[in-house]
Design a protein around this ligand. Structure first.
Ligand code: GLA
Length: 389
């Protein structure tokens, strides 16, 4: 089990400073890295994420009035204070307050309890790296508030949906459910094959002789500012053109048969989704067999598809992926991960290749003249849970 104690200490100290007593409960939810299957979630497709050793802790105690007070422990003197017995307004776009307000507003919409609360939170998911700091905050808040409202073993899927709803209605990103489900259902023994149509998660053990390497690209990403919502609209157009409910229903033969009359950009977006779904399923099978070569091949093909067909990569990320793939050789692979437009690169490699990866990355930063970005191992971790209360 990952040691969350430094984060807990920081959060409890901030809670104590704000309210003068210890919190009644503590909730934790992790960030995630997606090993393969990007831009498939909002097309009812497949993804293979892994919850990580980083996350957000929320400390909470009840408040007698219908009001929520929240302190962001990582930001200087940052508080929010709003009533929950009236419509909850959004704060200016980009403000952290929207995460708290969105969850408070979303819980009743999904039949979950919300009541007056004093909150403090703190997180250690590297931000702007596509590792779902935002979903980790949303899910932890959802868990803390429902537990305060009396529901100690809430439906995690409902909490994930509330966190997604909050992103759509308060934060400003029309994301899928990948990040929130990964955070809610993460497992210590590996990844999750997520079917975004049925929302079922199937655990896939991570091979003992392999490691997950995460390399920040140095290009900070912002989902809201990026063309994410535009990609989503293009996928909708593609589904309409092909006459399917979602791109999940499309196979390669149907796709090719419809190419001639299709807008070429819309066609390429659809081709990415169709091929990514197939790659994700075979990558999960390869991972379960411990076949790093096949998993690596799927990851490389996924990157090429996100770069060329879906056009969500950037040149700094492409260069990093190339350097990594050259160093990894046959026994693994690297790709961009998450929404794209910067963020991180993820690699799966045999443990004995790790020293070679370190050398290749040092060389990469030297050659490109870019500031060296510290890379780290991704450790599969358990999903959201109450730590106290
Ligand atoms: C972001 C979104 C997810 C998903 C990925 C791309 O992380 O929040 O819902 O669409 O991008 O796979």
């Amino acid at each position: 089990m990952i040691d969350t104690s430094p984060l807990v200490e920081r959060t409890v100290a901030a809670f104590f400073n704000a309210y003068g007593h210890a919190p009644e409960l503590l909730a934790f939810a992790p960030g995630r890295v997606n090993l393969i299957g990007d831009h498939t979630d909002y097309n009812d497709g497949f993804a293979l994420p892994c919850a990580l050793q980083f996350g957000t802790v929320v400390a909470a105690s009840p408040l007698e009035e219908p009001r929520i007070i929240a302190r962001a422990a990582d930001l200087q003197a940052a508080d929010d204070d709003f009533r929950i017995d009236a419509p909850i307004e959004t704060a200016a776009q980009g403000n952290w307050q929207n995460h708290v307000r969105g969850i408070a507003a979303g819980l009743p919409a999904f039949g979950l309890p919300v009541s007056g609360a004093k909150l403090a939170f703190s997180g250690n998911v590297p931000q702007g790296n596509g590792l779902s700091s935002s979903a980790s905050l949303g899910v932890a808040l959802g868990l803390a508030l429902t537990a305060l409202g009396g529901e100690k073993a809430p439906d995690k899927q409902a909490i994930a949906r509330v966190a997604q709803w909050s992103e759509h209605h308060y934060v400003g990103c029309a994301c899928g459910l990948l990040d929130q489900i990964s955070s809610a259902y993460g497992r210590q023994d590996g990844a999750l094959l997520l079917d975004c149509r049925s929302l079922t998660v199937q655990p896939v053990a991570f091979p003992a002789d392999a490691a997950i390497v995460i390399v920040p690209s140095g290009v900070a990403r912002g989902l809201v500012d990026s063309a994410y919502n535009e990609r989503r609209a293009q996928c909708r157009k593609a589904a309409e053109y092909f006459g399917v409910e979602s791109l999940r229903e499309l196979d390669l033969a149907m796709l090719e048969a419809g190419e001639a009359g299709c807008d070429p950009i819309v066609f390429r977006r659809a081709r990415h989704v169709v091929t990514e779904n197939a790659r994700t399923r075979s990558a999960a099978e390869a991972m379960a067999r411990g076949d790093l070569a096949e998993l690596g091949q799927a990851m490389r093909a996924s990157h090429a598809s996100l770069r060329d067909d879906f056009e969500v990569s950037v040149s700094a990320v492409d260069a990093l992926v190339e350097s990594l793939n050259a160093a990894i050789g046959e026994g693994g692979g690297a790709r961009m991960t998450g929404g794209g437009f910067g963020g991180s690169v993820v690699a799966v490699v045999a443990v004995d290749r790790l020293p070679a990866i370190d050398r290749a990355l040092a060389d990469h930063w030297r050659r490109t003249g870019k500031p060296d970005q510290a890379h780290f191992l991704g450790i599969p971790s358990a999903g959201a849970r109450l730590l106290k209360g």
